[in-house]
Design a protein around this ligand. Structure first.
Ligand SMILES: Cc1ncc(COP(=O)(O)O)c(C=O)c1O
Length: 401
């Protein structure tokens, strides 16, 4: 869901606090909780990333999983306007959503597809499939012949990820087959890196060498690959030698770095902020337990604020008692178990907090910022998973466009 309402980012000024109290008259913000997507930050990120690329390298915005939770249509439109020329999705319905929104840019299906029904849908919606095996190539060719249609296809090599793709040692026969089959037009040859975000480049270098060797053999066999690509966000930031003709950038588009050692390579801005409102404020006495299981017991008389967002919205329950949020530009401790739709804060140090005020769970308020990296570090996971976890129950609200 994309509200499309124009709003300005919340700040900590008295005026804006009052504005957030207008429950019935604030457009897309008339919600207990929502996700703000900063379209100017997306534009900035794409432009920053383009600066790293040579003029012949194109940028694919990877917008699978609803653009990593940011809203696929708005992100795609924004990224294309900012200079991306390809989109990458994982599934056919994700591609259809973009086509139905009127997006005409080339869309690469990064996932595998096999059935006749899938081939027909791909052809109908002008999506571009990844071909991972000879068997898949034969199925596509046969179904497309029946439709009297041809399709651009992308040959995927496995150079060490051990996920999709034909083993790099068999690349030449595989690509020769694709070239021979009627109705398939080889649009690119690509592979995916397993450890591009590691400070130790050894595996990435090995995968790159395998890719280079495979391409060399393909060229010796007389095939001139029309387009080559290898880099995800980490590789795009790490090494221009990995850029080839196209980089497939997901995380960095959304303003996050795949690893801290890559932060100096570009100046990116997180595009997502997660906000919720105070729904009740109360005083509890020392010794009083909070939430399921009493994981928190007040040590002093405590002001508790109840916030209208919970694990069913995508706040990881494992952050219970471990997270901080921003209230009026100050860090505030979350206390007790995160529940399905609500969580509690210790707001003893925030005077006169009112129902309806806005709390920032992820994002910036005043001087301070909480990022998906902060949550990921606490949880021992990656920022990709944090971003993708926000549910559709939270409306996506566009800001700064
Ligand atoms: C094949 C492929 N290319 C590119 C990407 C983008 O990766 P990142 O978000 O690290 O840029 C992904 C994401 O998982 C992917 O599966």
């Amino acid at each position: 869901m994309w509200s499309g309402e124009k709003t300005t980012a919340e700040s900590t000024t008295k005026e804006s606090r009052q504005k957030t109290l207008l429950w019935d008259d604030d457009g897309g913000l008339c919600q207990r909780a929502w996700v703000e997507i900063d379209l100017a930050a997306l534009t900035h990120n794409v432009k920053q990333l383009k600066k790293l690329l040579s003029s012949h390298t194109e940028l694919m915005a990877v917008v699978k999983a609803d653009a990593y939770g940011h809203g696929a249509v708005a992100v795609s439109q924004t990224a294309l306007q900012a200079g991306a020329s390809w989109l990458g999705v994982a599934t056919i319905p994700e591609g259809i959503e973009l086509r139905e929104a009127g997006i005409e840019a080339p869309i690469l299906l990064l996932g595998a597809t096999h059935t006749a029904q899938q081939v027909k849908a791909i052809a109908h919606w002008h999506l571009q499939p990844t071909i991972c095996t000879a068997k898949q190539a034969l199925i596509f060719s046969e179904v497309l012949a029946g439709l009297n249609q041809s399709l651009p296809v992308h040959a995927k090599l496995d150079t060490g990820m051990s996920r999709l793709g034909t083993p790099w040692q068999e690349a030449t026969e595989f690509v020769q087959l694709i070239k021979r089959l009627p109705n398939l037009r080889l649009a690119s040859i690509y592979s995916h890196l397993a450890t591009a975000d590691s400070p130790d480049p050894a595996v990435m270098i090995e995968q790159h060498q395998r890719f280079q060797q495979a391409i060399e053999q393909i060229k010796i066999a007389g095939i001139n690959p029309p387009r080559l690509h290898l880099a995800n966000s980490a590789a795009a930031l790490a090494d221009p030698d990995l850029h080839y003709d196209l980089v497939r950038v997901g995380l960095a588009t959304y303003g996050l770095y795949p690893a801290s050692h890559l932060q100096s390579r570009s100046n990116l801005k997180p595009a997502m902020q997660v906000k919720a409102r105070v729904t009740q404020v109360k005083t509890i006495e020392a010794g009083t337990g909070v939430s399921y299981g009493y994981q928190f017991i007040a040590q002093r008389q405590t002001q508790i604020a109840v916030i209208g967002i919970g694990y069913a919205d995508g706040i990881p329950r494992n952050l219970s008692n471990k997270m901080q949020v921003l209230v009026r530009g100050q860090f505030v401790r979350q206390v007790g178990a995160v529940t399905m739709d609500q969580l509690m804060l210790d707001v003893t140090d925030i005077p006169d907090l009112e129902v309806g005020e806005v709390v920032t769970l992820l994002g910036k308020d005043g001087e301070y910022q909480i990022t998906a990296d902060d949550w990921a570090a606490t949880l021992g996971t990656i920022s990709w998973e944090i971003l993708c976890a926000f549910k559709h129950r939270l409306p996506r609200v566009a800001v700064n466009y």
